[in-house]
Design a protein around this ligand. Sequence first.
Ligand code: NAI
Length: 338
Amino acid sequence: SMLVRSSASAKQSVLRRNFSSGSVPERKVAILGAAGGIGQPLALLMKLNPLVSSLSLFDIANTPGVAADVGHINTRSQVVGYMGDDELAKALEGADLVIIPAGVPRKPGMTRDDLFNINAGIVKNLASAIAKYCPHALVNMISNPVNSTVPIAAEIFKKAGMYDEKKLFGVTTLDVVRAKTFYAGKANVPVAEVNVPVIGGHAGVTILPLFSQATPQANLSADVLTALTKRTQDGGTEVVEAKAGKGSATLSMAYAGALFADACLKGLNGVPDVVECSYVQSTITELPFFASKVRLGKNGVEEVLDLGPLSDFEKEGLEALKPELKSSIEKGVKFANQ
Ligand code: NAI
């Protein structure tokens, strides 16, 4: 009877395995900047994601330790660490999704644009390598200033002849995460049920939360909505100041990055109706890149959703953000082409 039971359960586990390998495809995810403040907790969260079969951790330093550490976790993915530019090709080959949190973070008093001089060069090099070694991968850009680093990557990809605007994303999920948290606090609704679209870009006033579309609805005064908008726009600075020179948001960013990467993987796997806000190539305003709700699918962006009805306050915010966003885009394009 022992024998019968164990063979029945062996058969069941084979069936289960067949079922799961049939329904959950192999996916390689590469994190560039994996040993950093964001990279490490992001590596942890992606190791916990059952949609990932191979987790590739790249950095210019310290990846062997991070990979050995995360690799001991008993979840699906195989983890490999790669260190230094000589190993970048191997880190990227076969990747379905590349997440980029490489580069320097802000210190108190700095804007995201102050990071441009260092991070633009890093992003340019990494984008060139992606063009060469995994041209079909989705790219999730976290490195700041996102308003410029996404256009830089797009230009590098165009030069390489493999640019697909459906596959390049600026990660603005942390703005959405913050807007949800701050809104729930004021609206007195369960935070897990809250939805708030955030549009525009990812720096200061270019971050425009649409609280008029927030659900569950709440009757908040104009003053409260103004304060919520400002707090969402300054959320990153709040963390930079609290960390007092020790960097910017890393843990909440890793959470947001993992959430967005998961949405991208679900889209790739054919899960229907996956919608997240992201900064993408866009025609919904006159700006060539713009953050809004996008529907994710097997090819990346399936549809850039329109903005929906805006309050007068939000319409003003939209017009006010355009000049800064436009100049950040142009700065990135110019850098990539010089
Ligand atoms: P960090 O300094 O802790 O880590 C950055 C990592 O990048 C380091 O491990 C470094 O060795 C690595 N790196 C540098 N050059 C590299 C290269 N060429 N290739 C691969 N790796 C390289 O910084 P942290 O806190 O992780 O922030 C990373 C970036 O994310 C910053 O640009 C920051 O502004 C941005 N950020 C973006 C947010 C968003 O909402 N999109 C939110 C928070 C931060």
